[in-house]
Every structure is written in C-alpha cells, then in structure tokens.
Design a protein around this ligand. Structure first.
Ligand code: CAP
Ligand code: MG
Length: 430
C-alpha cells in the first residue's frame, strides 16, 4: 500500500557494523502475508517505524533504522544500531527486539532466538559478582560439582520441621540448602524465622563437619521487601540469595544485582515460568537468551534444565546454554545461537535440576562436566532411609564418579548409595 514503508527496513546488502546488535529471529507469517512482508515489519516496529510513512522522519532517524540483512526462512537476522539502546538497561533493550513485534497481526508466530551484543553494550553491565571460582571459594569445594537440595515437600513443613530436614541434608554432605521457588514468607514457615533457624543449623553442621555450607534463601517479592530480606540474610552471615527472576522481572533483577553488590551476596536465579514462553520452538524467546540477559545483569547461578530428569529440555539446547553462560566467547552455532564475546564478564554456574536422583548423576556429570551446581530435591528427601542418607548417597555417587567406579560397584560397600539405587535404579552413562 502507498503509505507503507516496511521495505525500507530490508537491505540484504547491509553489512552490520561491530557496534550493531544482531538479532536472530524465527518467524511465521500470518495468512496471506509473505515472509518478506513480515521481515520489514519486524525491523520497523522494533526500531523507529510504525505502520505508515511519516512527515516527521529526520535524516538522523534514518541512520538508526534497524535493517533486515539476512532472510533464510523461517529465520531472519536484523541489525540494530547502537544508538537505539540505553546502556545497562536490559528492559529497554528487550522493548526493542522483544516488544511490540510479538503482537503484530501480520505475524502468526515469532521467536527471538538470540542477540549478539557489541562490546559497548556488554561492558555497560556488571555481570556476575562471584562466578564459578568465587562460589567455589565461598564453599571451599573444588574437585566436584556443587550440590544443593530443596527440602521437599515444596512447601508445608513448619519452620522447625524445615530446620530438622535442613540439618539432615547439610550434615549428610549437601553444600547448599535451597528454598523452593514457591516458598515465601508463609504462615507456617515465616521467612525471618526460617533464615534464623537455617543459619543456626549451618553453624552447627560447619562445626561438626568442617565443611562450608550455604543457604539459597528465596527473597522473591516486591523490590523493597526483597532488599529487606537480602539485608536480613546478609546480617545472619549467609552469602547467598535466591530469586525467581522470570516472575520477579528484569527491573527487579537489576535492582537485586545492585543490592547483592552492596551486601556481597551471590544470586541464585530460579527460572519458574520461563517455559510459558521458551518452550514452543516456533514462538516466544529462547531460554538461551534469558540466560544470556541474566549473565549480563549478573546472576551467579541459573537453572538451565537437565538433559535427563523430569523437566522438558533437549540435550543440545541445554549444552548450548551452558556454553553461552560459561565461556568467554562462543562462535555462531547454526540457528541455536550467534557469536558472542563477554569481554571479561564472569561465568555463571549452570544449575542442573529437575527429577534428578543418584542413579542419574554419572550421566549428568558426563554430559555437563563438574563446573555445575546439581540440585537434587526429591532425590534426597525421598531416600528410603531419610534425608541424611539421601545426602550421603549423593556425595557417594559423586565420589564414585570422581574415582571412575560404576555406581553399582561402588554401592557394594556404600549402603546409602545401594538403598537409593534400589528405589530409583541406575542409568549407566552412554
Ligand atoms: C526440582 C525443583 C526445581 C526444578 C525447576 C522443582 O525438584 O525444585 O524447581 O528443577 O526446574 O520444584 O521441581 P526435584 P528447572 O529435584 O525434586 O525435581 O531446574 O528446569 O528450572
Ligand atoms: Mg523447585
């Protein structure tokens, strides 16, 4: 139509500059729309344009138009000039390439797979405060994966019952006690009472075992409340906080990152709700991109899925996320992610969790390596001989992996491991 100018946002000869942000989309046109029709719309609506030509367009505005420079249906790549973005502000960046365009009538499905960020944008963020080395130093654990356990049932234990289970889990050998994603300040288990009780348990266990322990205290809530909870956690000498960052939101995560810097706290990022828009391969946003933005802002651990276990995740996707959040530079990987350099931003600890038990741990370590945090909830508190035995069995399984001994061999003289394998079985790594 005469008043449309979407075509001006498509330039297949354009060569992105090193300061451009490159976005990789997967798109499906609505009925009666061609792929070329929607390509221009995506670049226009996510940068300077709207549905009609404008009398107010200036020469400068033309210089910051986004441009579609590569079309390979169902994929397309858009280059965004750096002036479109507010350094250090993930929310404003996402309102460009993950904003209005999702709602355009001309587009039936749209998935933002990855964005490749230029140095100036990456360096405008703090990144992780501790990273893998820093977290290992806090816990004094260097030669094996870090471990965490949620005292299941998810919620329902009173503060005293929670503390008792916490003792069994930590004394049995798990490094970190983790609140579940929906455990807040509840009538039967108040937040402050829980922090006080768990920290008392940690003191006791550290004195008894000589091992360092930590508590992933779930502070998720309104930002001022989160600040108060984080300060309480720090006052009790704990070094970790946990936030359900997808539901809390990017602004809240940026606020929490500043608070964590002041208080010297490591951030454990739980991703509840991500699957609402990461799961459909044709629509939404990739978990890889969520994890990338979380590394920029600066979480220290993040759940990335598990190639085995109860939650949906393809092994190659989980490994791609692990590469992107831990390596200093990744090259483009066919439509899974783009090239990205991190310019010294620390790596994030990949958290592998969801339906894990001792029988799966050799597979997990073989697939993901040792520089990970393994969360085993039901796989510890569901052990036939109780949580203490469950925790002991996790450490025995990891010892067996370190020694290269098959679990069923090692179980012959490690009864907690044997009893757990009786219940859940052993998946021999492929
Ligand atoms: C796992 C868990 C975690 C999931 C989240 C749960 O418990 O505590 O929240 O791992 O999924 O509530 O299910 P179990 P993801 O160890 O008992 O399965 O890690 O994929 O984000
Ligand atoms: Mg949970």
């Amino acid at each position: 139509m005469g008043f449309e100018w979407y075509g001006e946002f498509v330039d297949l000869k354009y060569v992105p500059s090193k300061n451009d942000t490159i976005a990789l989309f997967r798109a499906k046109p609505a009925e009666n729309m061609s792929f070329e029709d929607i390509a221009g719309r995506i670049a226009s609506e996510s940068s300077v344009g709207t549905w009609t030509t404008l009398s107010t367009l200036t020469e400068y505005t033309r210089t910051i138009m986004a441009r579609v420079f590569k079309i390979e249906p169902p994929y397309l790549r858009v280059a965004y000039p750096i002036d479109l973005f507010e350094p250090g502000n993930v929310v404003q960046m996402l309102t460009c390439y993950a904003g209005n365009i999702y709602g355009m009538r001309a587009i039936e499905k749209l998935r933002l797979i990855d964005v490749s960020l230029p140095e100036e944008i990456v360096k405008s963020f703090k990144g992780p405060q501790f990273g893998i080395e820093g977290v290992r130093k806090i816990l004094k654990v260097y030669d094996r994966p870090l471990t965490a356990t949620v005292p299941k049932p998810k919620v329902g234990l009173t503060t005293d019952e929670y503390a008792k289970t916490a003792y069994d889990i930590l004394a049995g050998g798990v490094d970190l006690l983790k609140d579940d994603e929906n455990l807040g300040d509840l009538s039967f288990n108040r937040f402050e009472a829980r922090v006080k009780a768990v920290m008392k348990v940690i003191d006791k266990v550290e004195n008894e075992t000589g091992e360092r322990k930590g508590y992933l205290a779930n502070i998720t809530g309104e930002t001022k409340e989160m600040e108060k909870k984080a300060k309480l956690v720090a006052d009790y000498g704990n070094k970790f906080i946990m936030v359900d960052f997808v539901l809390a939101g990017w602004s809240a995560l940026m606020t929490i990152r500043n608070i964590a810097q002041e208080l010297g706290l490591a951030i454990h990022a739980h991703r509840a709700f991500h699957a609402a828009y990461t799961r459909d391969v044709e629509h939404g946003m990739s978990m890889l991109l969520l994890a990338k933005m979380a590394r920029l802002i600066g979480v220290d651990h993040i759940h990335i899925g598990a190639a085995v276990g109860k939650m949906e995740a393809a092994k190659q996707d989980v490994l791609a996320i692990q590469r992107v959040i831990t390596q200093e530079e990744v090259q483009e990987e066919n439509h899974m992610h783009l090239h990205q350099k991190w310019y010294g931003l620390k790596p994030v600890v990949p958290t592998i969790s969801g339906g894990l038990h001792i029988g799966l741990l050799p597979d997990v370590v073989q697939i993901h390596g040792k520089d990970i945090l393994i969360q085993v909830g039901g796989g510890v508190t569901g052990h036939p001989d109780g949580s203490y035995a469950g925790a002991v069995a996790v450490r025995q399984a990891l010892d067996a992996v370190n020694k290269g001994i098959p679990l069923n061999e090692y179980a012959k003289d490690h009864k907690e491991l044997a009893r757990g394998l009786e219940k859940w079985g052993y998946i021999r790594p492929k």
